[in-house]
Design a protein around this ligand. Structure first.
Ligand code: 13P
Ligand code: SF4
Length: 342
């Protein structure tokens, strides 16, 4: 039995300001009363099984504020996965994030309860394509975005996340870099390096995130007319016109950090809706302007699936990796820690 059970009122205090789109992302006290028994059952089971729940910021708010132990961007969560002493990690996100946790913790059980097993970026490239590219660019250091499968990482040299891509590219001791799979992030990296006076040759692949590629200059122009004081905050998976017209660009965790620090009161968030929900919950004096887009893969995690995965995981909940691939992928993540924290 849990020492302290969460009450519907406590959950409601966290969620009452979240008001996005349809009723799916709006919370009444009654809805919280319905959610709380499931939340307490999960928290109890977590204790019993020595499990922790890591949740990406794009996940539904009732999961973030009801059952998660760690919340953040891909970089922070990979660090959290490395630091935990729990024997089971439930990674409430997309599969490649669970794979990163498993690469770092081969002895732990890693579960990903998401029902939709994908990510448009991770699915845009496979290991054979990387092998072919390496033959075409034999002099280049291959940087792979964390949004790739383990077998793709295994073919690369260094993993990067949105939190450290510029720094890692700068620190890698090679003037020739091939970045994959996101073409917008690749272009943004190239532009950033040029602005810094770097002469590095940056080549990149053609993948996109279906959520971030939706955003265009129209979204910014509309908001600038209606809310001239609003800060434009964007993720580096957006196209370079968006990036050039933003007040701040960074990983999801860095975007929240910017909002925390700035005195501004209005924000247009050009990223997945989960981050907008965190803004509404955690910064009630700040106002979200404009709309956001949902990632169907991230949102395919539910409290019901977390409970199922904790109680009796089925085959597809489990992250299992070929050991040779895991070891090669691990080298690219260790290289990231080295270059990102230099
Ligand atoms: P972050 O690492 O910035 O959270 O990004 C992950 C992601 O999937 C963005 O679409
Ligand atoms: Fe993948 Fe885009 Fe979803 Fe992030 S938002 S998990 S990149 S599909």
């Amino acid at each position: 039995m849990l020492k302290t059970q969460m009450t519907a009122q406590q959950l409601y205090e966290k969620l009452k300001n979240v008001k996005l789109g349809s009723s799916v992302c709006q919370y009444s006290l009654k809805k919280c009363e319905e959610l709380v028994p499931l939340i307490n059952e999960i928290n109890e089971l977590k204790e019993e099984k020595n499990a922790v729940i890591l949740a990406h910021s794009y996940i539904s708010p009732e999961i973030i504020y009801g059952v998660s132990d760690f919340v953040g961007d891909s970089y922070k969560l990979s660090r959290d996965a490395l630091a935990t002493s729990a024997s089971t990690i439930v990674f409430v996100a997309v599969r490649f994030m669970g794979e990163t946790a498993k690469i770092l913790n081969p002895e732990k059980e890693v579960l990903v309860p998401a029902v939709m097993d994908g990510c448009s970026l991770a699915d845009s490239i496979d290991a054979q394509t990387v092998r072919d590219l390496r033959r075409r660019y034999p002099q280049h250091t291959f940087l792979c975005y964390v949004n790739t499968r383990a077998d793709v990482k295994a073919e690369c040299d260094v993993t990067v996340t949105s939190a450290n891509v510029y720094k890692v590219a700068q620190n890698v001791p090679n003037d020739k870099i091939y970045f994959l799979p996101d073409k917008f992030m690749g272009q943004n990296l190239k532009n950033h390096m040029e602005r810094q006076g770097s002469k590095k040759d940056i080549q990149f692949y053609s993948g996109t995130c279906y959520v971030h590629e939706e955003y265009g200059m129209d979204d910014i122009l509309k908001i600038r007319l209606e809310y001239p004081e609003a800060k434009i905050v964007s993720h580096p998976e957006c196209n370079s016109t968006i990036i050039d017209n933003s007040d701040f660009v960074g990983s999801t965790e860095q975007m929240l950090g910017f909002m925390r620090q700035t005195a501004s009161k209005q924000f247009l968030m050009l990223t997945e809706c989960g981050l907008s929900a965190r803004l509404q919950s955690e910064f009630p004096d700040k106002q979200l302007v404009g709309s956001c887009t949902m990632c169907k893969f991230m949102k395919s995690n539910t409290l019901g699936d977390i409970l199922r995965a904790l109680k009796a995981p089925v085959e597809r909940d489990r992250v299992l990796l070929d050991e040779a691939i895991r070891r090669r992928a691990l080298k690219t993540i260790e290289a990231m820690f080295l270059y990102a924290e230099k």
